[in-house]
Design a protein around this ligand. Structure first.
Ligand code: BTN
Length: 333
């Protein structure tokens, strides 16, 4: 089964809850059928679906069912159950074993009218995309590939500040859950020990100068070992496993990110982006550094002096002239 969609309070989710509450113990098909007001054959089918998703459930005729183990997969129900948000991931969660790009799936859903908060996750991406259509390396079963839909009452120009908000939430989630020190590299990189551990791709659809939807895509390298990455990029990329020497729960990291993101997103209505930008500046190492920024309209060299309230990076050259940059590739020299 390549795709599962979680909608809360469906019998399958309740069945899983019951199995989890009794993990390791046998429950008869009859008891489950009574509890869920379903036939025994319906229970059998639903258990089959859970097994296909990856839950390890033993079934023996006349004994019933027993949940043995919940594997470390990005399972929709596991994400939903642990999540303390009100909207993000609390409605539909669409989980793919493999897809080309979770941003592509989220865009399709949004174009068909999916509500704010719908979340798409994948174990593997065949064509994970980064900024400027660069490939995002997305091997299966090890990392986080997640995209969600926002329908903010913001102008399209807020997209770059949304990237900053996402970066702040991702860095905070990484630091809080793994203990690593994360830093931010403008515009959309999260680094640990100077190497990229996570990246963000925000895309949007605009109608009549207003945002119809924004897709926030986040990739975090969690459990990939060094040898998984292409040889020529190994010195620039890292993962939680590579930094800590231990595998880490992707569900835990993703849920914490979604919570921190939502907190800051809700706060935009009252506080605007100022707290986000202030926090972003404390998490980056580039302020005050000499750098070269390559943009689509040319290269700029100078000292990075600020990030302004609109989310533009300010670079001041040797002659003292300041330029506001919207996006680009920065190299600290
Ligand atoms: C970058 O660093 O250039 C951005 C990388 C963004 C990768 C994530 S993984 C989930 C989502 N789906 C994609 O195809 N891209 C984003």
């Amino acid at each position: 089964m390549n795709k599962t969609t979680l909608r809360t309070a469906l019998p399958q989710n309740i069945l899983l809850d019951v199995l989890k509450q009794n993990q390791g113990k046998w429950i008869s098909g009859e008891a489950l059928a009574r509890r869920l007001s379903m036939t025994r054959s319906a229970i059998w089918k639903k258990v089959g679906i859970l097994k296909e998703e990856g839950y390890e459930i033993e079934s023996i005729p006349h004994r019933g069912y027993r949940l043995i183990n919940i594997p470390d997969l990005l399972l929709a129900q596991e994400i939903h159950d642990g999540l303390q948000t009100s909207v993000l991931g609390k409605r539909d969660i669409h989980r793919y074993v493999s897809t080309d790009s979770t941003n592509n799936r989220a865009k399709e859903l949004a174009a068909y009218g999916a509500a704010e908060g719908a979340l798409v996750i994948a174990e593997e991406q065949a064509h994970g995309r980064g900024r400027l259509d660069r490939p995002w390396f997305s091997p299966g079963g090890e990392n986080i590939y997640a995209s969600f839909i926002l329908r903010p009452s913001l102008p399209p120009s807020a997209a770059s500040r949304m990237v900053l908000l996402t970066a702040v939430a991702a860095a905070e989630a990484l630091m809080e859950t793994t203990g690593l020190r994360a830093t931010l590299k403008w515009p959309n990189d999260i680094l640990v020990s100077g190497r990229k551990i996570a990246g963000i791709l925000v895309e949007m659809s605009v109608e009549m100068d207003a945002v119809d939807y924004m897709i926030v895509g986040l990739g975090i390298n969690v459990n990939s070992p060094a040898e998984r990455f292409p040889r020529n990029s190994r010195n620039k990329i890292t993962s939680v496993l590579m930094e800590t020497g231990k595998p880490f729960s992707r569900v835990h990291l993703l849920t914490r990110f979604l919570e921190l993101f939502e907190e800051r997103y809700i706060a935009l209505a009252t506080a605007g982006f100022e707290p986000v930008i202030t926090r972003w500046k404390t998490l980056t190492d580039i302020m005050g550094k000499q750098a070269t920024v390559r943009t689509l309209s040319g290269s700029y060299t100078g000292v990075i002096t600020d990030m302004d309230q609109d989310g533009f990076l300010i670079i001041r050259n040797d002659q003292g002239a300041a330029t506001r940059l919207f996006s680009g590739d920065i190299t600290v020299t």
